[in-house]
Design a binder for this molecule. Sequence first.
Ligand code: MG
Length: 219
Amino acid sequence: MPHITLLAQQAKAVQVRNIFCIGRNYAAHIAELGNRPEEDPVVFIKPTSALHPPGTPIVLPAHSSDVHYETELVLLVGQGGKNIAEDKALKHIAGYGLGLDLTARDLQSKAKQGGLPWAVAKGFDCAATVTQFVPAEHIEHPHNIEFQMHLNGQIRQHGDVRKMLFPIPFIVRYLSQVFTLQEGDLIFTGTPEGVGALKTGDLARLVLPGLIDTEFNVD
Ligand code: MG
């Protein structure tokens, strides 16, 4: 089973269950792709075989010629639950990490035109690339998290959780009304603007200042 690492006092391996993803959660990214904001969050799921922790290069899929990075804050669910209230939501988060919701943009655009699902555009191997996770108790103000993605030494994405259209407590409540959240679930919370193509030879660096600084080579 796929695992991630939680950077507790002694690094702890956590078995990953479901991988939920939120789409269209930052206005400037919605605009850059020519989409409209939604009344409810866009939700999709990746298979656990897409999970790719640090240590090996990202392998781009052969079935796409335009794979985009989408850098996102990723929540690790600790205690699971159903119908979780917003004021209890943060208690269900065991850790925070960063991830790349890798997207075969060519296939996704085609699927969107046909009104078809995104599985082949969002679910391939390495499509859920993640850093190690920081225990929730090390993050004093989850409402103020900022993060960056550097591509080949240049900042390409800057995320600010305060700009989320659907904030973290909303996401946890919303998902838990539809799905029973389980310990080990991951939640990708949506990408800010600045998405672009990943190419062989690229170096992607994900930074949560003072807590996470992880590099991924692209094969
Ligand atoms: Mg995304």
